[in-house]
Design a protein around this ligand. Sequence first.
Ligand code: FES
Ligand code: FES
Length: 216
Amino acid sequence: MDDTQGRNKNGPGLSRRDFLKGSGASAAATALAQVPLAAAGAAPGALDDDKAVAMGPAAVKLQLQVNGAAVTTSVEPRVTLLDALRNYLDVTGCKRVCDRGSCGACTVLLDGKPIYSCTMLALEAQGKTVQTAEALNADGKLDAVPAAFAQFDAQQCGFCTPGFVVALRAALNQNPKATPAQIEEALAGNICRCGTYEQMRHAIAALCTGGQKKEG
Ligand code: FES
Ligand code: FES
């Protein structure tokens, strides 16, 4: 959780730096011709490299599980998960800031693990669960993480906030007894350009003191 962008060695879920090595924007671009999904007759999520077929550039059917709901739309295979969520499904909690895997504003949970949604093709998310910041206010019940951010005024412009709260929720889900230092390490892939780190540290301290149960 600082501007050094350190690695998340022991943090929860995926190291997003490791994730980038394997599926960064360039990798996503080269994968376009090999995504064998629903439009090719395969079940959603049933990726099989041996049966990869060329797709696009025309739009194909996209089926996702977003915040507990099954949603369907059509996207060109080149569309990232971030853009599919924001521009096709009107799920705007994830923010498009750098669009190149360096800021964390687009962080969502994929099968419970934080990822940069700007570096993943939407078609690759089929068959997995996607959770965005909206999931932290399900049924009007505000999750303890965004509640702590509000309590300690841990945001200014707010563009980074959805990514931070999603990544922090994932960290607490993985280790409800995480220390503030462990939480900060888990947030190494997120940047706040407004510099509200001190307020975030107050929110994190309160969350760690309170002992958070697994949610989401
Ligand atoms: S918008 Fe995805 S990491 Fe910055
Ligand atoms: S509150 Fe503005 S970037 Fe974090």
